[in-house]
Ligand binder design. Structure first.
Ligand code: AMP
Length: 275
């Protein structure tokens, strides 16, 4: 039995449950604390508790934000970046302060954040002494309330900062959801399984009938992973070529294939891709 700790709610819960289901781990997301599937036990816990639970061995594996792993400083292994929950931790200031770079930050200012350790480390590296005010949410309103001069907070689109008249001065770290594991856990089955789903998401399987005389050209357009699969068609003039293409190149690829007389083009999703 292997235990994996995942967010019980919040912005990472939905994408994590979807990823596990796609990887064939049937997760019952009906707000249960534990969901069992075959030899995997999925524990639904608070996102911010996951790094420490994995460090302490309450679960061998966990999925959480890299920002939280860094903030807790938990000694765990980051096994895989999952490509969602992308965000960045930034230093932001009210626009009317006229700050343009971290160098303009005055010694002794108050900085509100939910990430006191990362903030302290950042200002230490800058060689600036500031006062850190730890908050547990709504960081962006603290300058307006007079609680702080600056903030360190997570942003994705920047809309919330804009709404609060704040401007980004510096990026402290980039973050996304990650698979973490206990330092003494050596099995990489989960990482392999999740990465096969992630790899497949950005790829498409393409099937096309190609005039035999243009086969060499087609092999250049859709080279695939090793090389494309080529099959004879009964009529002798055409061959069927199967290959894998990047999702964002599908449209351009189809155009090129049509220009050299290819027909009957099928594009299919891929469930898993293990390379
Ligand atoms: P939760 O508080 O459970 O909604 O999860 C917060 C985690 O979601 C953060 O630690 C980040 O890893 C991730 N995240 C992704 N985008 C954002 C964002 N724009 N604001 C806050 N957290 C984000």
């Amino acid at each position: 039995m292997v235990k994996i700790a995942v967010p019980n709610k919040g912005r990472l819960n939905g994408p994590v449950v979807e990823l596990l289901n796609k990887a064939g781990i049937r997760v019952d997301s009906s707000r249960k604390l534990v969901s069992r599937y075959k030899d995997i036990e999925v524990l639904f816990v608070r996102t911010q508790d996951i790094p420490e639970l994995v460090r302490d061995g309450a679960a061998e594996l966990g999925i959480t934000g890299l920002d939280l792993v860094e903030e807790t400083g938990a000694d765990v292994k980051v096994s895989l970046k999952l490509g969602f929950g992308r965000t960045r931790l930034v230093l932001a200031a009210p626009k009317n302060l006229g700050l343009r770079s971290p160098k303009d930050v005055k010694v002794g200012v108050k900085v509100a954040t939910e990430f006191p350790k990362l903030t302290a480390k950042y200002f230490k590296q800058l060689g600036k002494k500031v006062e850190i005010v730890t908050v547990s949410g709504a960081t962006e309103v603290t300058p307006y309330l007079g609680v702080a001069d600056l903030i360190v907070d997570l942003v994705s689109t920047g809309t919330t900062l804009e709404l609060n008249n704040l401007k980004i001065i510096d990026t402290i770290m980039d973050s996304e959801a990650v698979l973490i594991s206990n330092k003494s856990y050596r099995n990489d089955n989960m990482a392999v399984s999740l990465s096969s789903v992630i790899n497949a998401q950005s790829k498409r399987y393409i099937m096309v009938n190609v005039p035999r005389k243009n086969l060499a050209k087609v092999e250049k357009i859709i080279p695939g992973m090793q090389s494309p699969t080529v099959m004879d068609l009964a009529d002798g003039n055409f061959v069927a070529v199967h290959s894998v293409v990047d999702e964002d190149k599908v449209f351009a690829t189809i155009k090129k294939l049509k220009m050299i007389g290819c027909k009957d083009i099928l594009v299919l999703p891929i469930e898993r891709l293990v390379s």
